[in-house]
Design a protein around this ligand. Structure first.
Ligand code: SF4
Length: 163
């Protein structure tokens, strides 16, 4: 169930939401490589939709630096290509994102597809060969387990159309 709030604009009641969003999709250079994953359509929605967007980067919240070695999920663990176990940092970042969602009243999120933190529905398979499998990133998994609806940069218009 999405938590909506209303504003009256020109005498009309309009529905708005609070939405967590992957900061890299908004152009923040928090990606593992030091770059971003800017999504112009999402930026446009942030500027013009009237919804409240709250940027998050779970990997940074978890204490990882930028840039940082790429990592992928392997079962319940998250490992870098050289085998360093960064599961604890990913879990810490996911908990921080959930805490922020609760504090701000977000019940939906738009998160970067395929990421070991933010991916929802598909993620890389842990071999570092650009192969995808069904699964969720650590943060997407935790948010969904606590009732948030998670979208990505390819399907977020479904969420915005919904309201
Ligand atoms: Fe983007 Fe999420 Fe990776 Fe941060 S953890 S860089 S928000 S995909």
């Amino acid at each position: 169930m999405l938590h909506w709030f209303y504003r009256t604009i020109y005498g009309k009641s309009v529905v708005f939401m609070k939405i967590l969003v992957s900061a890299c999709l908004l152009g923040v250079a928090c990606k593992y490589s030091g770059g971003d994953n800017v999504c112009p359509a999402l930026l446009n929605a942030v500027q013009h939709s009237g919804h409240t967007f709250i940027p998050i980067c779970p990997e940074v919240y978890g204490g990882l630096p930028t840039p940082r070695p790429p990592a992928e999920r392997t079962g319940d663990c998250v490992l870098t290509e050289t085998g360093t176990d960064v599961t604890a940092q990913y879990q810490r970042g996911a908990e921080a994102a959930l805490q922020l969602a609760r504090l701000t009243g977000c019940e939906a999120a738009i998160l970067k597809a395929n990421s070991p933190s933010c991916g929802c529905g598909t993620i890389y398979d842990g071999t570092f060969r650009h192969r995808k499998i069904a699964g969720d990133g650590v943060t997407a998994e935790l948010l969904q387990a606590h009732g948030l609806c998670v979208y990505n940069e390819d399907n977020f218009s479904e969420l915005l159309r919904y309201v």
